[in-house]
Design a protein around this ligand. Structure first.
Ligand code: GAP
Length: 460
């Protein structure tokens, strides 16, 4: 399809109508920037998690997964710097009272301005000098810029006045850092080794979300590699490339991915780079970040916890605090990128104006791997037996309503790579027809070969 015809509105509509993603608590009018994954969305998301686990934990040497708690000792967030400086520069429109992020106002006004390299004062001057209007009411009358902390705070404790403020974690990374010693000791891990984790993170984002691109609750797949200083630069480059290859293997075209090296680095970081995806309507947006965090995190945790974070090199007997190379993947943004990449409107018959909507999802992540479709309701029993047999290996749908053509189209729309048609001959010859979603070609094969035929095509 023509790339300009692919819009975020079409993708949001498909997600909502086909059971991928619904607005959060919709029957109550929703809650801004929250979304619920439906049956197909949850399946897709879990399939992406499985690919990440395979590529980052299972296939790598010295790589360990943890599942740390969302709630952590609040000192963690003091050590990490989040209490002091995890904030957005916000300003209010004095006319309509809408609140905006100063950097977003600037970047939307001039994409070449690079607000991420500006101080708060420079941002304020830029907005003033260009009389940037409020996107809501169009007037230019703003308050000064203030920093708002993005962490969600809550309270723990039963006695009023003796409650402690604790936070919903704004990133997974600290769960990996505080377990550095535990994992190293129990796994007898030697540098370089990695700790990964998939889990929820929470940020009090005030900006409009652009669907699941920016939400207040989201999932990250984070991967921290502990290494010796001196080996960090090579590992950093390696994980940038590893991430890009991961996305390409998930089916994203190379020209829809690009690196964005950060100009302005956090004071502790030696290098930082995002992988961006070209979203329809939204443009380029970050889906992954790779960061050389030096020995900052473990040094801070040593300082705040009083626990030694040293690693003893078994060869040289040297003791030192390891460097960390972080590669972090936004799960929801990865899912959104895959849906956007896969969405297509294909002309099947130009004369008849016949266009099909199809998700060319990689079979690896597709919610259903196959759908069994009996040609007639009289054939349902035999077809259901195939569905039950295949579902022992992978997610298999069953659909017996509507014409066979309509049923193919329904499966195309949700990205099912194989449709299996069970017809009257199947009852006697033990064979079925398998239709390929992308080529629409059909092959006839014995029912006994189905599972291995499909399994061969859904490997990652
Ligand atoms: N531990 C490092 C860290 O959290 P980050 O760049 O702030 O780094 C990592 O976040 C990834 O999490 C991003 O690349 C993005 O994919 C995802 N992410 C961040 N904020 C998000 C939000 N509000 N909604 C959805 N995904 C988000």
């Amino acid at each position: 399809m023509n790339p300009t015809d692919k819009t975020m509105d079409k993708i949001i509509a498909l997600c909502k109508n086909r059971g991928f993603i619904f607005p959060g608590s919709e029957i109550y009018g929703g809650l801004a920037n929250t979304w619920d994954y439906g049956p197909l969305g949850a399946r897709l998301k879990n399939n992406v998690k499985d690919t990440w686990r395979k590529r980052f934990i299972q296939e790598r040497h010295n790589s360990y997964e943890v599942d740390a708690d969302i709630l952590m000792n609040p000192r963690v967030w003091e050590a990490s710097g989040h209490v002091a400086s995890f904030s957005d520069p916000l300003l209010d429109c004095k006319e309509c009272k809408m609140r905006h992020r100063a950097d977003n106002l600037i970047d939307d006004f001039d994409p070449n301005a690079h607000a991420d390299g500006m101080t708060k004062e420079e941002m304020f001057e830029f907005i003033k000098a260009h009389s940037i209007p409020c996107p809501h009411c169009g007037k230019h009358n703003f308050t000064g810029i203030r920093e708002f902390n993005l962490m969600f705070a809550t309270e723990r404790g039963v006695t009023e006045g003796k409650k402690t403020t604790i936070y919903l974690r704004p990133e997974n990374a600290q769960g990996e850092y505080v377990n550095f010693l535990n994992v190293q000791r129990t796994m007898r891990a030697k540098l370089p080794f990695s700790i990964g984790q998939i889990g929820k993170a929470f940020r009090n984002e005030i900006t409009p979300g652009n669907f699941t691109f920016r939400t207040i609750e989201f999932e990250q797949m984070e991967f921290q590699t502990f290494c010796k200083e001196g080996t960090d630069t090579d590992l950093y480059e390696y994980f940038k490339e590893y991430g890009r290859k991961y996305y390409e293997d998930l089916g994203i075209a190379p020209d829809h991915l690009r690196y964005h090296d950060h100009e302005k680095l956090a004071h502790y970081a030696k290098a930082a780079c995002d992988i961006e995806f070209l979203f329809p309507t939204l443009g380029w947006g970050e889906i992954n970040g790779t960061h050389n965090r030096t020995d900052f995190d473990l040094t801070r945790h040593q300082e705040y916890s009083g626990q030694k974070m040293d690693y003893l090199d078994p060869v040289t007997n040297e003791k030192f605090i390891p460097y960390i190379i972080e590669s972090t993947y936004g799960l929801d943004r990865t899912v959104l990128a895959l849906l956007c990449e896969a969405y297509d409107e294909e002309v099947v018959d130009a004369e008849k104006g016949d266009v099909r909507v199809v998700l060319h999802l990689s079979p690896v992540v597709a919610p259903y791997k196959a759908a069994v479709l009996p040609l007639s309701k009289k054939l349902s029993e035999g077809a259901m037996a195939i569905r039950d047999q295949l579902s022992k290996y992978f997610m298999t749908d069953f659909d017996e309503t509507g014409s066979i053509g309509k049923r193919y189209r329904r499966q195309d729309e949700v990205g099912t790579p194989f449709c299996i048609t069970y017809d009257f001959e199947s009852e006697t010859d033990g064979c079925v027809t398998v239709r390929d979603r992308d080529t629409m070609e059909q092959v006839r094969m014995p029912i006994a070969d189905l599972a291995s035929y499909i399994e061969d095509r859904i490997k990652f």
